[in-house]
Design a protein around this ligand. Structure first.
Ligand SMILES: Cc1ncc(C[n+]2csc(CCOP(=O)(O)OP(=O)(O)O)c2C)c(N)n1
Ligand SMILES: [Mg+2]
Length: 339
């Protein structure tokens, strides 16, 4: 009789690494990364407030706690490289170079929004910065990322695609297909799993027998990496390695970054499936605070840091004012009828 290896969820679980020493950096490198993470945090706090006031409707998924992943990763690519993301994508869009004003106006459903107020929170998209969405179907955008990378290979444009997805997406068919094609066709793609340990209220060990998502690369002979996402500079360095591989050899990498969202899955989720202690433990590893402390240790003058923070406050305040004062989106019907 053929033996069956039974793996209990507990034995397959992977705990986050113990806090690692900071990666070497300078104020000149870290300050702009910190600024971006802070702007994303403040932008999303403003979104949450507007949502609770009924000014933003529909679904709203915040990335608060995970900012170092998108900021560090996008810092490792060039301006015309592609980014494809999930519905938790405001930070990725901002990091890709889209201003807070059109993002906020889009969330408010205003005409001045990034996609004319017709897409909302989950459907940010911008050709000018090669930000290819904003996708609501879990895992369904991974083959889209592979498609963008295939286009680059076909055209020989030298671009790399970063495709972000969640741990829950790694249990879905679209992910398996995208991964297989990326390996088979040797696509310049970096697949980035933002493992925040939950898909809605389901912990990963309840949907995947082996919690280490990066191991899935082995079945395809693909390069892989796995690390904690609380040091933005570490994220930048490690993604840069995968980007370099994609750019020079045309080969993909599966990168898993362990992170945590401080708030619920969406605005309607009180997050009762997690203990207060668990959330507090992860908040102690807040990537934003870590970078701020680091900047002071590296010798950035407190007054300079405060000026940067004030600048961010004004930028986000301005984006909210802009969104509130903008006219409502046109009805989507004329767009449908034109088709
Ligand atoms: C195909 C599909 N199934 C289910 C859903 C409903 N859904 C929306 S988000 C989500 C959880 C996904 O979790 P994960 O991939 O870990 O991303 P996270 O929300 O943690 O960033 C689910 C099940 C969906 N949008 N699409
Ligand atoms: Mg998740």
């Amino acid at each position: 009789m053929v033996g069956v290896l039974m793996t209990t969820p507990e034995s397959a679980r992977v705990e986050p690494e113990a806090a690692q020493p900071d990666v070497e950096t300078t104020v000149a490198e870290l300050a702009p990364l910190y600024r971006q993470m802070l702007a994303i945090r403040r932008m999303e706090e403003a979104c949450a407030k507007a949502y609770s006031q009924g000014k933003i409707g529909g679904f709203l998924h915040l990335i608060i706690g995970q900012e170092a992943v998108c900021v560090g990763a996008v810092a490792a690519i060039q301006r015309d490289d592609y980014v494809v993301a999930t519905y938790r994508e405001h930070g990725h869009a901002y990091a890709k170079g889209i201003a807070a004003r059109p993002i906020m106006a889009e969330l408010y459903g205003k005409k001045t929004g990034l996609v004319k107020g017709l897409g909302g929170s989950m459907h940010l998209f911008d050709k000018a910065t090669n930000f290819l969405g904003g996708h609501g179907i879990v895992g369904g955008h991974v083959p889209i990322g592979a498609g963008a990378a295939l286009a680059s290979k076909y055209r020989g444009d030298g671009r790399v695609t970063l495709c972000f997805f969640g741990d829950g997406a790694s249990t879905i068919g679209g992910f398996a297909e995208g991964l297989a094609l990326a390996a088979l066709w040797k696509l310049p793609l970096v697949l980035i799993c933002e493992n925040n340990r939950y898909s809605m209220g389901t912990p990963l060990y309840r949907s995947l027998a082996v919690e280490d998502v990066s191991l899935r690369a082995l079945a395809h002979g693909m390069a892989r990496d796995r690390f904690d996402g609380d040091d933005v500079v570490k994220v930048k360095r490690r993604i840069a390695e995968a980007v370099e591989r994609a750019r020079t050899t045309g080969e993909p990498t599966l990168v898993e970054i362990v992170t945590y969202r401080f708030r619920g899955h969406s605005m309607s989720d009180p997050g009762l499936y997690r203990t207060k202690d668990e959330v507090e433990e992860w908040k102690r590893r807040d990537p934003l605070h870590r970078s701020r402390d680091r900047l002071l240790t590296l010798g950035m003058a407190p007054a300079e840091l405060e000026a940067l923070e004030e600048d961010v406050r004004l930028e986000i305040e301005d984006s909210v004012r802009f969104a509130e004062e903008s006219p409502a989106a046109d009805s989507y019907l004329p767009y449908v009828i034109k088709e």
